[in-house]
Design a protein around this ligand. Structure first.
Ligand SMILES: [Zn+2]
Ligand SMILES: [Zn+2]
Length: 418
């Protein structure tokens, strides 16, 4: 399957003109055999080329390497996306005109970051499809000791060879399913925010995320029923979801209340010290918790509650002294402050309708179990007793409007009408 991305870029019904660095996404069996042809198609075949691998992938993909003017093989042991390591590699670059990153998520940042700094294009050859970051421009990198997500460069071309991708462990497949099923929540959060706060919304970008969700849901249902893994569909779903982050210049369509669970796990606040899981697994736990909570709330009738900033005492208690200042800083200009809680209450019937489109907790649980995906707190080392607190705590990590954050300006009473 080949996706020509040009149709997404340009003037849009939302009023914006969308930009897209990615021109072509190839998801095929034995795609590497035609790599030079695809490079030709995007005008990069004759550029002086550096290809970056890690040592593990270099071994695993013997016979599938690509032509290079310079080859860099980084030691897989201890490799992480960090400025000092990437800049050390950059000192070894020999006049590249294009960088090809060949591997998993970490190695992508060794393409994305130097390409951005040097102002040259970057090409991605992903070796797994466990998350939707490959077609995004966002670099999750440690800068001066702090983990940051910043916009850098998106790949001009993505060549995903399914012969390589199908060799990845099944745990990465289910993690990838989770990363896309999370769009049930992220899209609901975006729609709710557009409704109550007038946040910009794009039906085309949301539609692309919905498309990714539909493709993944179908593939997950098939895997649940027959055990067959449709690598082509699942990989394309990841690629499409990643494109939404480029088109919208942030991760709004792809990341809502549920994705903050992954941040929570990475931050290890008090009581979450032993939480551990790969990105999609943490997101799966966040998604299932949010699915349950959103349906529970939809059955209730809220009343307005005046806005109160997060208190230092609460933040200190939940995040501890190490993380407290950063969380307070993130919430200094709380998106809730400018909202009229009464307006949120007035929109409640529409919010209930948005939530009605989210599958029920029973349906989600059956699917997670059938494909062997992680979805409960104890699956990622979180005490189930913390379940009720996970979402409100993680909602404080990012000043982005989600239904969970909105609960701070709402009081809920069980509806008499139901
Ligand atoms: Zn648009
Ligand atoms: Zn994700």
């Amino acid at each position: 399957m080949i996706l020509d991305c040009s149709s997404y870029a340009g003037p849009c019904v939302c009023g914006r003109t969308h930009q897209l660095e990615t021109q072509l996404v190839v998801v095929e069996y034995n795609a590497i055999a035609k790599f030079e042809q695809y490079m030709q198609q995007v005008g990069l075949a004759d550029k002086r080329r550096v290809v970056v691998y890690d040592s593990l992938i270099y071994e695993l993909t013997q016979g599938k390497h690509i032509r290079a003017d310079q080859e860099i093989v980084l030691p897989a042991q201890g490799l992480r996306s960090e400025d000092v390591l990437i800049e050390e590699m950059m000192t070894r670059l020999d006049r590249p005109e294009v960088i090809v990153a060949y591997g998993a998520g970490t190695i992508m940042d060794f393409g994305r970051y130097p390409a951005y700094k040097l102002g040259i294009p970057f090409v991605a050859v992903p070796t797994l499809a466990s998350s939707d970051g490959f077609t995004a421009s966002i670099c999750s990198v440690i800068l001066q000791g702090q983990k940051k997500s910043i916009r850098m460069k998106a790949p001009t071309l993505v060549v995903a060879d399914l012969d390589i991708i199908q060799g990845a462990p099944v745990r990465l497949v289910t993690s990838g399913i989770n990363d896309i099923l999370s769009k049930y929540i992220s899209l609901a959060d975006w729609k709710i925010s557009a409704l109550v706060s007038g946040e910009d919304y794009c039906p085309m970008v949301a539609g692309l995320a919905e498309d990714a969700l539909r493709i993944m849901r179908q593939a997950a249902d098939e895997m649940a029923a027959t055990g067959r893994i449709d690598y082509e569909a699942m990989t394309m779903a990841q690629m499409k979801s990643g494109l939404t982050m480029q088109l919208w210049e942030n991760s709004r369509a792809a990341s809502g209340a549920e994705h903050l669970m992954a941040h929570l796990v990475e931050m290890h606040p008090p009581r979450f010290e032993s939480a551990e899981g790969i990105h999609g697994e943490c997101v799966g736990v966040g998604t299932y918790a949010a699915v349950k909570e959103y349906h529970r709330l939809a059955a209730l009738q809220p009343t307005a509650k005046p806005f109160q900033p997060l208190s230092r005492d609460w933040v200190l208690e939940k995040f501890g002294p190490r993380l407290c200042e950063g969380i307070l800083e993130e919430n200094a200009e709380d998106v809730l402050a400018s909202l009229d809680p009464q307006q949120v209450v007035a929109h409640w019937p529409e919010i209930q309708q948005i939530i009605a489109d989210i599958p029920s907790p029973e349906e989600m649980e059956a699917l997670y179990r059938a494909v062997g995906a992680k979805y409960l707190p104890q699956h990622i080392g979180i005490d189930p007793a913390l379940e009720a607190e996970m979402l409100p705590i993680s909602a404080a990590i990012r000043n982005r409007l989600t239904l969970i954050r909105l609960c701070r300006i709402l009081d809920f009473e069980p509806s008499q009408a139901r």
